[in-house]
Design a binder for this molecule. Structure first.
Ligand SMILES: Cc1cc2nc3c(=O)[nH]c(=O)nc-3n(C[C@H](O)[C@H](O)[C@H](O)COP(=O)(O)OP(=O)(O)OC[C@H]3O[C@@H](n4cnc5c(N)ncnc54)[C@H](O)[C@@H]3O)c2cc1C
Length: 360
């Protein structure tokens, strides 16, 4: 069957690179009208089974990662599930090479088939609710004036920065003793002026490493909506972030797109219609919603929550939880690690709060 994917980002290209596993579908990737200019950015993920192409596309990886607050530092470790970073553009190109080998077509939206005999999936971004919590950040790949970075450990969250605008942390991936990707990231409802993030990066490097930036090699920025989202166009079935792949409380998406596509391929092999479902379990979505309610109402609790979670889990457990593979024992362990009062308040506020209005 003729199968078209509207959009040529991660989900569309990951599906296209797997076209050989869908022999009953002739896949076309469609570049949408009004698509913004493609911009490269870094994509991070923990290595899991089936992510070989991503691992091959990665630029660096770390078996240790840290979460740091004013009072705590947890360093987690996993040999099997290292944290990888890749250029999105590099991954998309590697997917494209595979897709072309499998005979996938690349077309413009004007050339799409619009009759009822073909399947169309939409990978254009979903819309966020009014006043949704956003994960917003600016990242700079910097060269600093002295060798200060510990290349053995990626820093996922360092909360030792200005918390006056809401929950704020630095994400730091050390490529060499003098080179790192450093991102200033907030989980709040309002995107800030560029200077806030760039000043935060500069101040952090000076305060905690005594280092000054001598060169900004690359800069990227992102705004990832968190919580419940609505499809780009409710008449077209979605794929990727547009079919619920963004993990509501972390913003991690890549690994969930992989799970979503693999499950759709398995179902198709069993003769079921091709469809891309939300890859998260309902209980995980519920736990994330409570966490977001706590962060929305009591953002000062954020550093403590993430620090306690990191301190209570092994590296492998942390990866399982973040990648949607938690079992009940692990979920219980996470719940037990949380400060109780904010969570009890968060659960009751989440239950009684009104659903957010969707902005289109
Ligand atoms: C700077 C940045 C860093 C990120 N880092 C990570 C990370 O480390 N790990 C992780 O898991 N996730 C990360 N994400 C989330 C990341 O976007 C997803 O993992 C992944 O790209 C989602 O794939 P997708 O195919 O659903 O959407 P995309 O890859 O965004 O593809 C969307 C498609 O829709 C098209 N499109 C977009 N807007 C329009 C429009 N208005 N009209 C028409 N077409 C449109 C685009 O051209 C593209 O073809 C990051 C996002 C950003 C912006």
């Amino acid at each position: 069957m003729k199968t078209q994917v509207l959009g040529d980002g991660v989900a569309a290209m990951m599906l296209a690179s797997n076209a050989d596993k869908l022999p009953n579908h002739t896949i076309s990737v469609v570049h949408p009208d009004n698509a913004p200019m493609a911009r490269d950015h870094m994509l991070g993920f923990w290595n899991m089974d089936g992510l070989d192409l991503a691992v091959d596309s990665s630029r660096a990886s770390w078996s240790n990662w840290a979460i740091i607050t004013n009072t705590n530092k947890s360093v987690l470790h996993s040999e099997k599930h290292a944290y990888h970073i890749m250029h999105k553009a590099n991954y998309l190109q590697n997917c494209r090479n595979k897709a072309e080998e499998h005979g996938v077509d690349f077309i413009e939206q004007a050339d799409m088939t619009t009759d009822g005999r073909s399947l169309t999936f939409d990978s254009r971004p979903p819309t966020a609710s009014n006043n949704a919590i956003l994960q917003h950040f600016i990242g700079q790949e910097v060269e600093v004036d002295k060798p200060v970075f510990d290349t053995s450990t990626a820093i996922l969250m360092d909360f030792r920065v200005d918390q006056s605008e809401g929950m704020h942390f630095i994400y730091l991936l050390p490529y060499s003793p003098t080179q790192a990707l450093v991102e200033s990231t907030l989980f709040t409802t309002t995107v800030l002026e560029r200077e806030f993030y760039t000043n935060a990066i500069e101040t952090y490097l000076l305060d905690h490493y005594g280092a000054s930036i001598i060169d900004v090699i690359h800069e990227e920025q992102g705004v990832i909506p968190m919580g419940a989202l609505s499809p780009h166009d409710s008449k077209i079935p979605g794929i990727g972030a547009n079919a619920g792949a963004i993990r509501p409380a972390s913003g991690y998406t890549f690994v969930f797109i992989h799970q979503q596509i693999q499950r759709a391929i398995e179902a198709s092999k069993q003769g079921k219609p091709l469809r891309f479902k939300r890859p998260h379990k309902s209980v995980d979505v519920w736990m994330d919603a409570v966490l977001l309610t706590v962060l929305r109402n009591w953002p000062q609790q954020g550093p403590k929550l993430f620090a306690r979670m990191a301190a209570s889990l092994t590296g492998d457990e942390f990866v399982q939880f973040m990648s949607g593979h938690a079992n009940w024992r692990l979920r219980f362990k996470v719940i037990m690690a949380m400060p109780k009062l904010p969570f009890i308040k968060g659960v009751s506020k989440h239950i009684f709060q009104r659903p957010q209005k969707v902005v289109s």
